[in-house]
Design a protein around this ligand. Sequence first.
Ligand code: FAD
Length: 400
Amino acid sequence: IDPADERLTARRSRFLLDGLKEVEADCRQVHIPLLVFAEPVEQGVPVFIEKHRIGALVTDMAPLRSDRAARQQIGRRIDIPSFEVDAHNIVPARFVSDKQEYAAYTIRPKINAILDEFLTEFPPVVKQETSPPSGLPANDWSRLSRTLAGDQTVAPVDWARGGTLAGLAMLEDFIENRLAGYHDGRNDPTRAQQSDLSPWLNFGFLSAQRAALAVQRVDRDVKSQEAFLEEMIVRRELSDNFCLYNDAYDSFTGFPEWAQQSLKEHQQDPREYLYSLQEFEAGETHDDLWNAAQWEMVYRGKMHGYLRMYWAKKILEWTATPEDALRIANYLNDRYELDGCDPNGYTGTAWSIGGVHDRPWFEREIFGKIRFMSYNGCKRKFDIDTYVTTIRDFQAGALS
Ligand code: FAD
């Protein structure tokens, strides 16, 4: 973990280190050492390999540019066999497709055709016969906590603790209490219907495969089961596909041609409201729904999924350029969301602001042909006042 990573906040750091401590203890039971270093991976790994005469390197597939670059840099500095596995996805991303997919409808049949081959039980982790090599350093957790303290202005949250145990408990709670009704309730921010699993999926404490297997076993409310598996398999793998094959996944130039063209044509449209990053960050717009969604992200560390679309689209409406909008949305998302810095986040903002994986809609001001969302549209879908009041109460609790 790179202590100089500017996206490292106290919130992310606490979640990650709490979880890694638990992984260390689990691994110890089966004689596998887990070592955590506070340095950039591309520097630390080659040195470690040489010092401890490591025989092979296995890395996980990670589609974001920084991770791909680190892996390449490591590859240039080592001369042992190295392998990449894809534990991030159920069907490995490079296996599903070798190019950027157009939309969910093009990737879905490719995934479904081979899903059964990959959505299988995990082999057990066996206790290693040999002990770990001697001379390995021990993790000094209090020192790591200090070195990796991260930006203290983004506080840890109480409701989500890092680690597999807490992730599995959330999965169980979802299956027991929220899966029934997920298909029509997940888009209503006043109903607790989402799984809330994204923080654990994001940090790898829970795998999509483990969650999919558990949900697949449930034999009630098939519609909800299918809706959940569509989000967690098809949509999630589509995000990895976008980031893996489009190097400009967080730029205007990563948007489809029609969207770039249309947004450019509307670049000069007058904006009724224009807000700075600071105003957005503080949740100081004229729109009570938008502000509440922003506070949910700032104080709870996880904004409701339906509102993320509205939130990002309004940033497009209230900034001077789509480039500014995308930069601000990604900055806030990565900084405050416990599931931020994730392919789903970059794909979600690119979908909302740049029409990625979407189609052209009726042309209108500022948005051009990008799909529009309105306050009144939300009002027809759910009770805005209830949502805003709930978030205000949550915020008051967090600040007291
Ligand atoms: P559930 O509805 O319970 O879904 C379960 C899992 O399915 C999620 O954890 C996620 O892995 C996957 N999933 C659900 N919706 C999507 C989707 N639209 N695209 C891809 N995968 C999906 N998701 C993140 O994980 N991290 C982010 O930083 C992030 N930022 C987003 C920003 C914007 C602007 C938008 C529009 C979407 C974003 N999403 C992000 C996608 C989605 O909103 C979240 O995955 C979801 O709200 C997480 O909550 P949950 O686990 O309770 O969701």
